[in-house]
Write a protein that binds this ligand. Sequence first.
Ligand SMILES: Nc1nc2c(ncn2[C@@H]2O[C@H](COP(=O)(O)OP(=O)(O)OP(=O)(O)O)[C@@H](O)[C@H]2O)c(=O)[nH]1
Ligand SMILES: [Mg+2]
Length: 700
Amino acid sequence: MKVYEGANIRNLVLVGHGHAGKTSLVSAMLFTAGATQRLGRVDDGSAVTDYDDEEIARRMSISTGGAFAEWNKAKINLLDTPGFNMFVHEAKMVLPAVEAALVVVDGVAGVEVVTERVWGYCEEASMPRVIVVSRMDRERADASRVLESLTKSFGRSVTPLQLPIGSEKNLTGVVDLVRVKAHTYELGGSGKGKEDEIPANMADAAKEAHEKLVELIAEGDDKLMEEFFDKGTIPEEDLIPALHNAIREDKLFPVLFTSGLGNVGADKLMDFIVDYAPTAVERGSVQGGPGSNGEPPSRKVADSEPLSMFVFKTVSDPFAGRISYFKVYSGVLKNDAAVQNFTRSSQEKLAHISIMQGKNAVPVTELHAGDIGAVAKLKDTLTGDTLGDKSAPIQYPPVKLPEPAITFAIEPKSRADEDKLSVGVHKLMEEDAMLRFFRDPQTKEFLIAGTGQQHIEVAVSKMKKRYHTEVNLKAPKVPYRETIRGRADVQGRHKKQTGGHGQFGDCKIKMEPLPRGGEFEFVNDIFGGAIPKNFIPAVEKGIKDAAARGYLAGYPVVDFKVVLYDGSYHEVDSNDLSFQLAGRIAFKKAMEQAKPTLLEPIMSVEISVPDEFAGTIMGDLNSRRGRIQGMDNKGGTTVIKAEVPMAEMLTYGADLTSMTQGRGSFNMEMHHYDIVPAQLQEKIIEKAKAARGEEKEEEE
Ligand SMILES: Nc1nc2c(ncn2[C@@H]2O[C@H](COP(=O)(O)OP(=O)(O)OP(=O)(O)O)[C@@H](O)[C@H]2O)c(=O)[nH]1
Ligand SMILES: [Mg+2]
């Protein structure tokens, strides 16, 4: 493997809606560049970046795959991310490793829900974007319709740099609007196009589009503008750097056309990447988090700087062990280097550094600033960690992810499974930042949380295949809460007289509701020492403990305020415990008066279905106590936004599949808590009582 310096490296992430053709496009580029012997296909499990068992079985990307192609003396590093909404956080996580994104859009559907989501991620990160409209050989693919949807969603900076020649099965090539040349291909061929005449019926359109493009590039540059007015065009050697800069500065979002499966346009796409995508060193410098002296240190992306690298992904391979993917931000990493993990203050040895071609590690001797690599068997390095030269500490900020949207209880199938469970789940969590695992302190059940039902199912399936641990998934529990709607003014008195020392605590409290999200507030309003200062925290603790156990149905009580305003004590018999108990008694009495009620989590839900199912879905949402917030139409897909109680959404994944013949998808996250309607409250309270009854029996 040749050694590449940053100026000859391009790092790109492929992002886009599920099924847009990202993985197939990577396969086409790799084959065209000679990195693979045949054109890998998602559908027969031979795509380089969809190699995991789960990905092959489901014919979709689940986790980011790395690959590289050598093209025109440059190395193109590609990170292929999943587009399915439950895995799309993978795309967000790897953005720190690249300098540009290929936003892949389906030639039939145009902009879809996840397209907008990943566009938002790129926007946040000021990431240069190149739009690739793929699957152009499909029936009903339509370049002008897709361009329209792109401009509608992303504005006027969306600019075609190519036009497709022919359409659907007769897609034969592309016209390059910068050089005004045609390139034609054999569908399903080697991917290497030949330069050709622009078809007569496209000549006018090509000329017009070229002029528009040149005018756009010249805009804001007086010298170029003058030249443009003089000659009607700008020489190619002036266009290239101007276009390169416009892309780097997010002033222009170029659009190219391809077919991954038919291998059309992959060579032109790689030409384009080498000419126009920012190089790895063009990023300038990378900011670290605040340093010890309060200043956020930064590093220039340059070989001459001290070594620093950021771990952006971890794969937990049952055979090779833990594989860490990293980006070298500065310095030169040599094989066998001993480096410091600044995040965990430990030493790591990087034996056998490599670059990943799908699942295969290709060994390298060194990696320069700006490159991407991988290494196996680091001791305690995880995703988000910064490693580097011990004498030059820096820590790059990890990517922030949302909270998981759904929780299931998992039950090991056997005793042996129970023993293996924790180890297996923790290995999965190393590679999956959105997976959470914990034990419910009340019910002692194992809980697993993630982005959605399929996400959890993939984790369960991996657990079985990789770690031979079998579990049953049980319906997720709804995390209800309790609160109050009225006020109370009560006395809590605890008195016990036994033999020697007695117990005595007495407090008077007022209780009132707080707005949603107010949690708990405790105000000490005691004057004149009715309760000695040192016992006041005990009263608060008693109330808090009781609130955590709930009043109506065992769910934590939230959003209330307690004012402790009076009480009494006994010189000898008062102690901490007595006042805790007094607090507890006062809390219970106050709850009786204060109109207690149940709260339930309300989810913000976004559902995408083909237009013909929209009516059914809306009706169904109604019956789930949903409130429709909005509706939008995108190239045959209706996107419905609604707020729906979590309790009504527990099996929505399966229900949506059956309502839409598998053609709908949805995404949801926690939004807020709201009061449960009265008729439902009783049922929940009764169920909770019954469950607690059972538990008591088990304990006995
Ligand atoms: N006709 C046609 N089909 C394509 C093309 N590219 C991909 N496909 C098919 O479309 C489906 C999805 O392609 P993928 O490459 O897996 O799409 P993806 O964007 O990686 O999908 P996710 O990983 O789920 O986000 C597969 O069945 C492919 O064979 C193309 O250019 N033309
Ligand atoms: Mg894919």
